[in-house]
Design a protein around this ligand. Structure first.
Ligand SMILES: [Fe+2]
Ligand SMILES: [Fe+2]
Length: 328
């Protein structure tokens, strides 16, 4: 029964597992959380460092397209809201770097991997925010897709990651609502504002669908991650859920989803929709999106600009240590 369960979930066959691995899998199957000092397979640790690290980088890089609009927000109220939202994203990055650090990697290490291109961040942030309506579309669609990805991760098996996700998801729903609220104002505004809202939806629709990643039905890797409860749903499941939730919202706004093949499928109880252009996805992932260079340059610059702060903190810590030793 146990063997069958693991096999059907796509993990390793128990006959190939060490006794430690069997015990580890049994804890996960029983819904227990794995904590930093617990034994864990090397693959589990590495996959989590990668996943949490890339998630942290995405939160930080994700501040850039919206930060771009803080000085140009149309009212003081909109500016305050956007400022709070962008600050939240910085906080998300920090919780996640801390969660990754519990796995034995340093934040400096992760940052260096980002800056050298060995670690990625979500490709969605390589698209520009050209108009104020884009800030609405980002909150509505991009934060909306992020929530879809992150809500199930609250149940992920790794304790620190799961707890970070619970906190992050609460703030993400505020982000999504503020985006939808901007879209509502624009869609009900002047014909020009409505046109801007439609244009933002046109440009952000497919990149948002890409946020769930390519279809993973075939991937062995993904099966192992599901058995470990690092991944809870397949990419296709989450994408479908996102489309089903978002299409009625677009209708409510009086906007048109830019997909002529989009239609409700009574039999499946879901919308049928067109796949995004996966060539574009891999192209952007490989560095050729409209803003890849700009984003990386901004991060490089921020890291270099912060050097004196890091140096100062280290010097202060060394002085304190020396003083303490002299007093002893
Ligand atoms: Fe976030
Ligand atoms: Fe967010």
């Amino acid at each position: 029964m146990y063997a069958q369960m693991i096999k059907s979930e796509g993990g390793k066959d128990p006959s190939e597992m060490t006794p430690e691995e069997v015990r580890f899998q049994a804890r996960i199957d029983a819904g227990e959380k794995i904590e930093p000092k617990d034994w864990m397979p090397e693959g589990y640790r590495k996959t989590l460092i990668r996943q949490i690290g890339q998630h942290a980088h995405s939160e930080i890089v994700g501040q850039l397209p919206e930060g771009n609009w803080i000085t140009r927000a149309p009212t003081l109220e909109r500016k305050a809201i956007l400022l709070a939202k962008v600050q939240d994203e910085a906080g998300h990055g920090l919780y996640l770097y801390c969660a990754a650090e519990t796995l034995g990697v340093s934040r400096d290490d992760l940052t260096e991997q980002l800056l050298s291109g060995r670690m990625k961040y979500s490709s969605i942030f390589n698209y520009p925010t050209l108009t104020w309506a884009d800030v609405g579309a980002v909150g509505w669609l991009v934060d909306g897709a992020a929530i879809m990805n992150q809500v199930p991760l609250q149940r992920t098996s790794y304790g620190p990651y799961s707890r970070a996700m619970i906190r992050i998801c609460k703030e993400e729903s505020f982000h999504q609502r503020q985006g939808f609220d901007i879209m509502m104002k624009m869609a009900q505004g002047t014909p020009e504002q409505k046109r801007m809202a439609q244009d933002a939806l046109n440009r952000f629709w497919y990149p948002s669908l890409m946020m769930f990643g390519p279809s993973d039905a075939e991937s062995v890797h993904s099966a192992q991650n599901m058995a470990w409860k690092i991944k809870i749903n397949t990419n296709d499941e989450l994408r479908q859920k996102f489309v089903d939730q978002t299409v009625p919202q677009a209708e409510y706004l009086g906007l048109t989803v830019p997909d002529p093949d989009l239609k409700w499928n009574e039999e499946r109880g879901h919308y049928d929709f067109s796949e995004p252009d996966w060539t574009e996805f891999f192209d952007v992932l490989n560095g050729n999106g409209p803003c890849n260079n700009e984003r990386m340059e901004a991060r490089q610059e921020a890291w270099a600009d912060g050097q004196w702060v890091r140096d100062g903190l280290m010097a202060h810590a060394a002085k304190k240590r020396a003083r303490k030793m002299a007093a002893e």
